[in-house]
Design a protein around this ligand. Structure first.
Ligand code: PLP
Length: 482
């Protein structure tokens, strides 16, 4: 190919792709280096005007990669114990690049037959595991969008008048229930759906930070007596702060009795459904009406990749049924654009499809098992130190923990209400100082209003020696209070 307009010659093109591969390698090495601060800021970006003429692609690529590598929170560091953000698996990165090259438009099957088939196949793996034979799924930009779609599907399914006349056509005010540990996206969406933020009923949590079903049941009864229209319960399978799992069987019973839609936000933990070995943990998800899963969390996909799965495909399509004259007719009874809010759709599913072909299901099973094992290792290593204890120990590899003013006999699963103000202040200070020094990325969070430290094993390259270093670094910082 000659160099013309946007195109590169074939030789140059190949050279640039090779360069991209080298830059990827260099970045991952840099991020994993013991000496690299996990949060790095070096040099300032000098804003320049829009360049009238172009520059060498090699140079621009190198410059951008260098600047970005030196000014980043390194999710690819094995010392990043952060907010569910993974180092992407290399096969998934290749899949994402291939999706950009092919750039199919997935709104309708007739425009992207192969891409639609692969996406539906990948979604089918989740639906198959759940046993949802009549189900439908859709890839999304993430868990937030998936939750939005699920809430909309729930609303239109339980209060069908909404589709034509909106909320104003209803005899009451639709409300839904979440735990106090649920993700904040749900609050935004209550407003976006025209219900208002007060339509979110926050249910308190128990000792394990899981939703209390008996309080939920009482709250539903109270709302009904007041003439409100309860339509949905959102349970969480792996809360953001502590990895808590809501009691799915009990919630499903209440939902059945009260004719409420049960959505499960499994943005983080839902990926486990690909692992039959862990069915004892995720089996209850089969009882849900819909499920959010975020492969860009535990499945090590590059952003963005979420998914919403709905047990009854017909319900999934109801809110999004529109027709336009210019839409090519396809073979699918429900097209992709009729399963969510977007029209043009990137080939999001390819990276997941490709990674699962390359690594296979068992590699993911081992990945989950290893991260859970490492969480156990960290909890034990931490709790033998007199100055630290755990406050939450989810079956998933997220741990909330605390600095202790005084040594306590038992240092596992301490009740949060027993933490002093000084301990809470120290938790915040230690988490921030750890990041400021670049030793590791951990954070502070609140559980039932109490400030604790939080870490999770999320990078597939984290090993025991990294966690030993984390505990040592925590001790070192705690000796010289900041
Ligand atoms: C439980 C839960 N739900 C939803 C989300 C939102 O997911 P996303 O960031 O992919 O929109 C998160 C993000 O951390 C989460 O932890």
């Amino acid at each position: 190919m000659k160099e013309k307009h946007f195109s590169f010659s074939a030789r140059r093109h190949r050279r640039l792709w090779r360069l991209l591969g080298e830059l990827a390698e260099q970045y991952w090495e840099h991020a994993a280096d013991e000496r690299t601060p996990v949060l790095e800021r070096r040099g300032k970006h000098r804003a320049r005007g829009l360049p009238p003429r172009g520059r060498s692609a090699e140079r621009v690529l190198r410059e951008a990669a260098r600047y970005l590598a030196q000014n980043a929170c390194h999710l690819a560091s094995p010392r990043y114990y952060g907010l569910m953000n993974p180092k992407p698996a290399p096969a998934a990165v290749l899949g994402d690049a291939l999706a950009s090259v092919l750039n199919p438009q997935l709104a309708v099957e007739a425009h992207a037959p192969g891409a639609t088939a692969l996406e539906r196949e990948a979604l089918g793996w989740f639906l198959g595991a759940l046993g949802w034979r009549r189900g439908l799924g859709q890839f999304t930009s993430g868990g937030s969008e998936a939750n939005l779609i699920a809430l909309k599907v729930a609303l239109n399914d339980r209060l069908p008048g909404v589709t034509r006349r909106g909320v104003r056509g209803l005899r009451g005010w639709p409300v839904f229930y979440v735990s106090e540990e649920s993700h904040h996206s749900l609050e935004k969406f209550a407003d976006l759906l025209g219900l208002g933020r007060e339509a979110v009923r926050w249910i308190p949590t128990d000792r394990e930070f899981a939703l209390r079903p008996e309080v939920l049941a009482a709250e539903v009864r109270r709302d009904r007596r007041a003439g409100r229209l309860p339509f949905c319960v959102v349970a969480t399978f792996g809360t953001t702060s502590s990895g808590a799992i809501d009691p799915l069987a009990a919630l499903a019973r209440i939902c059945r009795r009260e004719r409420l839609w049960l959505h499960v936000d499994g943005a983080y933990g839902g990926s486990l459904v690909l692992a039959p070995k862990f069915r004892r943990l995720w089996g209850g998800l089969r009882l849900a009406d819909s499920l959010t899963v975020d492969p860009h969390k535990w499945l090590a996909m590059p952003f963005p990749l979420g998914a919403v799965l709905v047990r009854e495909g017909r319900a999934a399509a109801r809110p999004f049924q529109v027709q336009a004259a210019y839409v090519p007719r396809g073979r699918q009874p429900v097209e992709s654009y009729q399963l969510g809010v977007t029209w043009s759709r990137r080939f999001l599913g390819l990276k997941l499809w490709l990674a699962l072909q390359v690594y296979g299901r068992r590699a993911y099973e081992r990945h989950f098992a290893e991260q859970m094992r490492l969480a156990g290792f960290f909890r034990r290593a931490l709790a033998v130190r007199p100055q630290f204890g755990t406050v939450s120990e989810s079956p998933l590899p997220i741990t909330c923990f605390t600095w202790l003013e005084r040594e306590r006999a038992e240092r596992r699963n301490l009740p949060v209400e027993s933490l002093s103000k000084r301990e809470q202040r120290m938790n915040l200070a230690l988490a921030e100082e750890m990041v400021r020094r670049g030793w590791a990325w951990i954070s502070a969070t609140k559980l039932q209003g109490v400030t604790v430290m939080r870490m999770m094993v999320i990078n597939y390259e984290t090993r025991e020696h990294h966690l030993t270093r984390l505990v040592r670094d925590l001790e070192r910082l705690a000796r010289k209070p900041v």
